[in-house]
Design a protein around this ligand. Structure first.
Ligand code: SF4
Length: 285
């Protein structure tokens, strides 16, 4: 499978993520990177021209970074490739580069508005919309996993945001080692504490964010919440937000409740939980 990876308005974070993947070397035995800005010595423009002329077949086009709405070259490549993948939240939603520039967007979204560079009805030659791997950056195992699936002829099932369900159908909260503290409403003493749930004071968005960060660990060992830092919700369209380390409150309640939890249910359960929390969970780090 021939893969072309280009960067536009990007910090290269997704490239760093990719290069951290344990299984990246084995992927290189299955796919052929026609061009990648950090791996190739070829001339980018020459490769692009060969692809657009038809002398090089393009199976998968990957974009890292947000694009300007008049980027015809990226558009042409998307219509030439069998499959198109946006890697990282900038390529998916526009994200940070789009915050102060109305002419910047993602491949098929601009924040929550469907459309982006390619329009809401875009479907690639292989029959899929843009495969969106959101995240800041996207997890290396998600990137490599999707490339490998496509190379083996398996199309990923996508959610309503174009994200592969295999990686985005569960909440970050699932698999977090702090779940018991969440249930009993026990807060950590400070950022970096080994105990306590970061939802109540430190703005953790794990219960409102779809990602598999706590079930497919980073570098096989860690995640933000395991390290004592809140989930910032970087896989969702409204990232980044202000006040990443604080829980906004209204009348003593978190402004946003976990997905599926009613205000009434939260008030009833959280009051009781705190009152009856087991002593063993209250011990210091
Ligand atoms: S730290 Fe975040 S992800 Fe972990 S249990 Fe608390 S709310 Fe859920």
């Amino acid at each position: 499978m021939n893969v072309l990876w280009l960067q536009r308005l990007s910090c290269c974070g997704n490239t760093h993520s990719l290069l951290n993947c344990d299984t990246f070397n084995s992927l290189l035995k299955e796919v052929n990177f026609l061009f990648h800005p950090s791996l190739s010595i070829e001339n980018e423009e020459e490769i692009i021209n060969k692809v657009l002329e038809g002398s090089l077949k393009l199976d998968l086009f990957i974009l890292e970074g947000a694009v300007r709405i008049n980027d015809e070259k990226v558009k042409e490549l998307c219509y030439t490739a069998n499959y198109v993948m946006a890697v990282g939240s900038c390529a998916v939603y526009g994200n940070i580069p789009a915050l102060k520039d109305n002419y910047v967007c993602g491949l098929q979204y601009r924040f929550k508005e469907k459309g982006g560079l390619l329009g809401e009805d875009f479907v690639s030659k292989g029959g899929l919309p843009v495969i969106n791997l959101s995240g800041c950056p996207a997890h290396p195992e998600w990137i490599v996993g999707v490339i490998r699936s496509l190379a083996r002829g398996i199309k990923p099932a996508l959610d309503s945001w174009g994200r592969p369900k295999e990686f985005y159908s569960s909440l970050t909260h699932w698999g977090c080692t702090r779940n018991e503290y969440f249930e009993w409403k026990i807060e950590p003493e400070s950022l970096g504490s080994k105990k306590g749930c970061l939802f109540y004071n430190y703005g953790c968005r794990g219960p409102m964010t779809y990602s598999s960060c706590n079930t497919i660990l980073w570098n096989g060992v860690n995640s933000k919440t395991r390290a004592g830092t809140p989930c910032f919700g970087c896989t969702e369209f409204d990232f980044p937000r202000v006040g990443l380390f604080e829980t906004k409150q209204f009348a003593g309640l978190p402004a946003e409740l976990p997905i599926g939890v009613s205000k009434r249910g939260y008030i009833m359960l959280s009051g009781i939980a705190k009152m009856f929390a087991p002593e063993r969970l209250k011990v210091e780090d």
